[in-house]
Structure formats: structure tokens, C-alpha cells
Design a protein around this ligand. Structure first.
Ligand code: GLY
Length: 381
């Protein structure tokens, strides 16, 4: 069976790697494989600290994927000969004022109701853990199970693992899905060439919602949600800066600082509904620096080495769309929104199973791509 995967970001690559491991002939179509949102993402594996009301079903998928990360990272490192920056560092979510503290208390109560492990700390206890925190920190939540991976390293390692597993790369844009007699039969590229496929997987991140040829009722309802991110560098000679991910809600906006073993410090992220715009704005950089500075005043001493904006693939319920669609021959792996790096292991496993058996594994069934097209058909005319 020949599988063509549209999109060579982390989700397309992990799908390709797992498909090739199962013996499927696999081609990835992407003008620049390994690019996309992975080049911007911070790589927090934040199943517990990014829990939201009403997302308990997504929580179980996030937790399943987080649990798989150590083995996934080890297997990928073995397959590619490259580290993926998996760091079991934990996370500290802190509050700077009474409103932030009330928000964190609510989050803590929700975490406890969901049986999750987190610990409430006083401001002093937070600063004992992370001495660079501002003296005004009013309390926080210690989440020892939320770790990090380095998305850029992950993408590079997946590229190598795919090549070693025999995945073929076609460098170009997928222009149109070919559909013959109500079945997806391949992909037409921007240069006019056509790739025939037994199964096509649409894994094009925020672009997944606008591929020509996909019937309207099957097109994934995915939209771009812009995130601006900064990269700073912690000089090797300086004392340990942060030992874990530190995050907060400041005036309603999320800010997080993710320290890598390499000395990189990622500060993110804005969340903006601005369509396909990926401009880095003075306002975005200002807000991130202002909020990060309130949390950790010492960041203003660090070199600012990169500013970048990327697009999260948002879905109507913030959860991914996985597996077979209502169009035979077309599967999807998209809509991962804020959790693409976290959900890579579970997505690869789910798509490998759905490509080989036609069925998603039990844990991924609530995320069937059909949940939105079925809802459309159920609406009165
Ligand atoms: N999960 C972090 C973000 O999407 O900004």
C-alpha cells in the first residue's frame, strides 16, 4: 500500500515514520520538511499545567502521550542517532497578584478533581525552588510531571528516522487532492505532477483546512492561531537561571519560560486570531518581555537571539482530528492546536493503526475526524 502524507511537520513526520515501520510505502509531500510550527513551538509537554475546563477527554489523550514520551524519545534517538531534547524538568506555574492566584487555585481544584498530581506552594516556597523569580510572586503550583522536548531537534531527528526507514520526500506544495468516484486517489503537486496513493493523510497543520479538491463536508475545520515566541540565551558562565519551565497568567495572557539544557530560553507565547499573518510585531515582543520580566526580572540581562511567529492549527474543540474521514482513502492528523509536540507519540501510533486496519485505537476514537462532518450532516437543512 502506498501512503502519501501531505505535510512534513512533526505530525506528518511521526505519521510517516510509524507508517514506514509498519511496512507501508510512504511519501511525504512538503516544500521544506521539518519546518512549520515545530520551528517556533516551545515544546512544553504540559498535559497538567495547560488543563482547561471541558477538556477532560483531551486530557486523557494528552496524558497517554506524555507517558509515552520517555520511550518515544529513546526510540527516536536510537533510530536517528540524534537527541530530541527531552528533559524531565517539571513545571512551576506562579501567580503575581490576587487575580492570578484565584485562577491558579481554580486550576489546582480542577487538577485534583481529575486525579492529577500538583502541589500548591507559597511564594516563598516558589522562590526557594527558583531563586530568579520576582519577590512579588504570591504562590504557585508545582507540577513535577510536565516536562519538555526541543521541537527543532525533534523535527530533525524525525526527518533522519524517516529517511532511514525508507520514507520518500517530495519537495513541493500539495495543490489539490485527487478524488475519483468518491474516493481519494492521490495528490496533485504545484508543478502539475501527480502522486497516486492508496491512502492520503492530510497533516498540513494550519493549512489543512484549505486544500483544493477536498469535499467541503470533509475539509477539517482547522484555523491558524498565531503565536509569537522569543529565544534568549543564558550565558554558560552564569549561575543556573531556571531549572524548570516557569509559567503564569499575567493580565489574562499566558507567558511561559522554557529553559533548555543547551542554554536556550524560550519565552512564549501570544495567542492571536489573525488568519495567516506571521508578522513579529513590536507589541507582541513588548508584551512577552514585559510579562516575562514581571515573573523573572533577570531576563532583561540576557541576549535576545530570535523573535518568531508561527501558526497553531486550532480546531473548534481544541482537540486534534485523527484517522479516517467520510471520504474513503483520506485520513487526517491535524488540529493539534496547543499540543502538537506533546501529542506526537500518540498521533504516530494512532495513524499507524488506522492506516493498517482502518480503525483508530480505543484511546484516539473520541478524536475521530468524523465528529465534525457527522455534526454537519445532522443539522436540519
Ligand atoms: N502550548 C503552548 C502554546 O501553544 O503556546
Amino acid at each position: 500500500m502506498h501512503v502519501v502524507i501531505i505535510g512534513g511537520g512533526v505530525i506528518g513526520l511521526v505519521t510517516a515514520w510509524r507508517a514506514a515501520q509498519r511496512g507501508l510505502r510512504t511519501t511525504v509531500v512538503d516544500p521544506a520538511p521539518g519546518g512549520g510550527a515545530a520551528q517556533v513551538a516551545a515544546g512544553m509537554l504540559a498535559a497538567v499545567s495547560e488543563l482547561h475546563y471541558g477538556e477532560e477527554t483531551l486530557l486523557s489523550l494528552n496524558l497517554a502521550s506524555a507517558q509515552r514520551y520517555p520511550a518515544f524519545a529513546a526510540e527516536l534517538t536510537e533510530a536517528s542517532g540524534q537527541e530530541v531534547g527531552y528533559r524531565a524538568c517539571g513545571t512551576l506555574a506562579v501567580a503575581l497578584d490576587a487575580d492570578d492566584r484565584a485562577h491558579l487555585r481554580e486550576l489546582h481544584a480542577l487538577q485534583r478533581r481529575c486525579g492529577l498530581d500538583s502541589q500548591w506552594l507559597s511564594g516563598r516556597e516558589c522562590r526557594r525552588l527558583e531563586p530568579m523569580l520576582a519577590p512579588g510572586v504570591r504562590g504557585g503550583l508545582r507540577v513535577d510531571g510536565d516536562h519538555q522536548a526541543d521541537p527543532r531537534r525533534l523535527a530533525t531527528a524525525l526527518l533522519t528516522a524517516c529517511e532511514r526507514a525508507g520514507v520518500v520526500f517530495r519537495h513541493g506544495w500539495a495543490q489539490r487532492l485527487s478524488v475519483v468516484r468518491d474516493r481519494a486517489t492521490g495528490v496533485v503537486l504545484a508543478d502539475g505532477s501527480e502522486l497516486a496513493a492508496d491512502q492520503v493523510v492530510l497533516a498540513a497543520g494550519s493549512d489543512s483546512g484549505r486544500l483544493d479538491g477536498v469535499p467541503a463536508e470533509v475539509l477539517p475545520p482547522v484555523r491558524p492561531v498565531k503565536g509569537q515566541v522569543l529565544r534568549l540565551r543564558i550565558p554558560r558562565a552564569s549561575a543556573p537561571f531556571l531549572s524548570r519551565t516557569v509559567r503564569a497568567v499575567v493580565r489574562g495572557g499566558h507567558v511561559y519560560l522554557v529553559p533548555r539544557a543547551s542554554g536556550e530560553l524560550v519565552v512564549g507565547a501570544t495567542s492571536e486570531e489573525l488568519g495567516w499573518d506571521t508578522t513579529v510585531t513590536a507589541g507582541g515582543v513588548y508584551e512577552l518581555l514585559r510579562d516575562a520580566h514581571e515573573l523573572v526580572p533577570g531576563i532583561t540581562e540576557l541576549p535576545l537571539v530570535e523573535t518568531r511567529a508561527g501558526l497553531r492549527p486550532g480546531s473548534p474543540d481544541n482537540a486534534p482530528l485523527l484517522g479516517p474521514t467520510a471520504l474513503p482513502g483520506l485520513q487526517v492528523a491535524t488540529g493539534h492546536y496547543r499540543n502538537g509536540i506533546l501529542l506526537a507519540p500518540v498521533t504516530g501510533d494512532a495513524l499507524a493503526q488506522s492506516l493498517t486496519t482502518g480503525e483508530l485505537p480505543e484511546e484516539a476514537r473520541p478524536f475521530t475526524a468524523r465528529r465534525f462532518s457527522d455534526a454537519l450532516q445532522e443539522q436540519p437543512a
